[in-house]
Design a protein around this ligand. Structure first.
Ligand code: PEP
Ligand code: MN
Length: 259
């Protein structure tokens, strides 16, 4: 069980929702989205300030200024913050703004970053690499744990397969397998797993039914204008509907969901 902040534990009975935009774009954008995800039952707000974009010409993120917006606005709505750390040199600055450090899929085996995250005492959400096996994910987590930081949350976000209809292929069986092999909480990111808005809710519902400890979901108030991942971002009303459904599914399997 990982304690992310006052009253927020990941890996217990509650299925924890982490939601927000792919990337922080402006103060007004964060202010518009925070109350929407809070209302949908989120405990934690997501938003990238350092973005690992495929193209170097795509928006790279707002950096520290973005983190300040996310931290301040999330706090005003009683939300914790998760945001991606791309490099070990960013840890010291970020520690003031984030409650959970996210390690992106592309950095799952950045061992120097993992070792440095092992030295801090804040939770780390470690995403499965694009073509990493479950064993490789667990060994990557071990780098953080070996340093003495026991607060590791694993994240299944889809893996690369021959299938091109979706952005990635969600490995739903990773959830029960990781539960079997490890004591670490496992959350699912249905946004990057599918890449397609209309697929996010069905896949999220399946992940909860399969026993995940939380969901990391991209939500945007104006996805058509999003600087990153608009096509896979849920509209606020879709997030609200999904929350009601998750509440029911969680109850069926003896879990809770705050909404
Ligand atoms: C993200 O969460 O915005 C992200 C870049 O995810 P991933 O590392 O899984 O691609
Ligand atoms: Mn994204």
């Amino acid at each position: 069980m990982v304690g992310a902040g006052p009253g927020v534990r990941i890996g217990g009975r509650e299925v924890v929702l982490m939601a927000g935009p792919c990337t922080i774009e402006s103060r007004p954008q964060v202010e518009a989205i925070a109350p929407l995800v809070k209302q949908a039952g989120a405990r934690i707000m997501r938003g990238g300030a350092f973005k690992p974009r495929t193209s170097p010409y795509a928006f790279q993120g707002m950096g520290e200024e973005g983190l300040r917006h996310l931290h301040e606005v999330a706090a005003a709505h009683d939300l914790l913050v998760v945001s991606e750390v791309m490099d070990r040199t960013q840890i010291e600055m970020m520690i003031r703004y984030v409650d959970i450090f996210q390690v992106g899929a592309r950095n799952m085996q950045n061992f120097d970053l993992l070792k440095d995250l092992g030295k801090i005492r804040k939770p780390v959400l470690l995403k499965r690499g694009l073509s990493a096996t479950i064993e490789e994910l667990l060994l990557a987590a071990e780098y953080i744990l070996a340093g003495g930081n026991t607060q590791v949350i694993l994240c299944e976000r889809g893996i690369r397969t021959f299938e091109r209809a979706t952005r990635n292929t969600l490995d739903i069986s990773a959830i029960p397998m990781i539960k079997h092999l490890s004591h670490l909480p496992i959350v699912v990111d249905p946004s990057h797993a599918t890449g397609i808005r209309h697929m996010v809710a069905p896949v999220a519902r399946a992940a909860v039914a399969a026993g995940c400890d939380g969901l990391l979901i991209e939500v945007h108030n104006q996805p058509e204008k999003a600087l990153c991942d608009g096509a896979q971002s849920l509209l606020p009303e879709q997030m609200a509907t999904l929350s009601r459904e998750i509440h029911v599914i969680a109850g069926v399997i003896g879990r809770t969901f705050a909404s």
